[in-house]
Design a protein around this ligand. Structure first.
Ligand code: G2I
Length: 451
């Protein structure tokens, strides 16, 4: 007997259900069961913005520690929190977050060194060169305090205007001169050469005038050797997501910077779960998209109030949006980030020092046509009064910019010597310097001599 059309489709439906159940009952052997595990399997981090005052809430910290392997301070590393009076720095909240991260195997994003908002009132009252030098001192002090603990810093936040101009936002910082952003990036690199340095902004969720203005700035920075490693896309989303969300991430990645989703939250008015899934898939499809951060843990932790914009309800239960993100992370067909782009948890380990002299190791952040090398110099048992690191660049490569060391030569064998503040190292102590180059930096083998 030939099956009727209805029976046939019922049979197909049953088959599909069985197949679906089989998937549900027997997940792929390597499927992650938490956001942090699933993201790690894809070479990414999954982070949350944290208010350290909530760490003592066990519902909050249970979800945070189980699901996330990266954190960012929602407010506690901002200018008003870290330098409430000029020259008087307080790091209580930030330090607490860093130690929580270290204890729980999480990396830390730093947010944010300079921003037009949440400035202490003393800075709001400054202008011109007094503000410029206060701002650069702030960058230097804060990045130095957290040196070695931060995976990526939002060096500058929200400096571009909304609307169609594609230009800078007016602010007291902008009025100190258009070069304030690059001055901040150079100061951050000098203070913490190991941290990735990001520009971070919102309303950049597709190819539009604002994101294009930022794109042009990043391209210009790369061309002139201004140290920038990443761009943060806040992604505070409403009921829709632009169709070119992924293409926009990709065009920045193609400039030779990492991209990160830095403050993701999505209103409940539209299809929240779908939009969360779309963002996750876009990040996984862009090899230089190194991770995603949601801006809070539970709906009632969110700055968006009644929007219920996050992945967990107020009792800490997983929402449909959570499942959508987890499934997207566990799905196949994703790209792998290049080496040296993933976030290690904060660490204080350093390479073993050689007896007597010093040793040097290099880590590379490379893109087509260029690279940034970060070199760690570690003193042997006798300490150093000064040091020199030599390395031979591959043919065609040249040094274009050096920080925290002085370079002699720019091609072939280049010798880097300490600057006045980092030559003296106690036994086993280390310091870092860096340089940017054109061409390939692969295979660099540094050798260190102590004075
Ligand atoms: O506005 C959402 C985010 C947009 N991108 C940059 C982020 O830094 C920003 O975060 C929010 C925090 O989530 C809020 O928690 O930044 C706000 C300030 O612009 C933060 O709000 C402030 C309140 O305005 C203050 O009254 C309060 O004292 O939080 C402070 C600390 O709780």
């Amino acid at each position: 007997m030939r099956p009727t059309r209805a029976l046939l489709s019922t049979g197909l439906l049953a088959g599909a259900l069985v197949a679906g159940m089989a998937v549900a009952l027997a997940p792929a052997a390597d499927a992650g069961t938490t956001l942090r595990a699933a993201a790690a399997e894809k070479g990414r981090y999954f982070g949350a913005a944290v208010a350290t005052g909530k760490l003592s809430d066990s519902t909050y910290s249970t979800v945070l520690n189980r699901e996330f392997n990266s954190v960012v301070a929602e407010n506690e590393m901002k200018w008003d929190a870290t330098e409430p009076q000029q020259g008087r720095f307080t790091y209580t909240g930030g330090d607490r977050l860093v130690s929580h991260a270290r204890a729980n195997g999480m990396s830390v994003r730093g947010h944010t060194l300079l921003w037009h908002a949440q400035q202490p009132s003393w800075a709001q009252g400054l202008s011109g060169s007094a503000l410029r030098s206060a701002a650069i001192n702030h960058v230097t002090q804060v990045a130095t305090h957290f040196r070695g603990q931060i995976y990526a810093w939002d060096v500058v936040n929200e400096a571009f205007a909304d609307g169609g101009s594609g230009g800078r936002r007016d602010s007291n910082l902008q009025r100190t001169g258009n070069d304030w952003i690059e001055a901040a990036f150079r100061a951050a690199r000098a203070a913490d050469p190991g941290a990735k340095l990001c520009y971070n902004d919102y309303n950049t969720d597709g190819i539009n005038a604002k994101s294009t203005g930022i794109y042009n700035m990043v391209r210009d920075f790369k061309a002139r050797g201004v140290p920038i490693d990443c761009v943060g896309f806040q992604s505070h989303l409403g009921t829709t997501i632009p169709g070119d969300y992924q293409a926009n991430l990709q065009r920045f990645a193609d400039l030779g910077v990492d991209v990160q989703i830095t403050e993701l939250d999505v209103t409940t008015g539209g299809n929240q779960a779908n939009i969360y899934g779309t963002v996750t898939r876009a990040c996984l499809a862009v090899s230089r998209c190194t991770g995603i951060t949601v801006w809070g843990v539970r709906d009632c932790d969110s700055w968006r109030g009644s929007d219920n914009a996050l992945l967990f309800d107020c009792a800490g239960n997983k929402k449909a949006a959570y499942t959508s993100v987890l499934n997207a992370l566990n799905a196949g067909g994703t790209t792998t980030p290049p080496p040296n782009t993933t976030a290690p948890p904060p660490t204080t380990t350093s390479p073993p020092p050689s007896q007597g002299g010093c040793s040097a190791s290099v880590s590379l952040n490379a893109w087509t046509g260029g690279f940034v090398a970060t070199v760690r110099v570690t003193a042997g048992s006798g300490g150093t009064l000064g040091w020199a690191v030599t390395m031979t660049l591959p043919g065609g490569a040249s040094v274009t910019n050096t920080w925290s060391a002085t370079a002699s030569g720019s091609t072939g064998t280049v010798r880097f010597t300490n600057v006045d503040y980092n030559g003296q190292l106690g036994a086993g102590q280390s310091t870092e310097f860096g340089f940017q180059g054109n061409g390939s930096g692969s295979g660099l083998t540094p050798s260190c001599a102590a004075a």
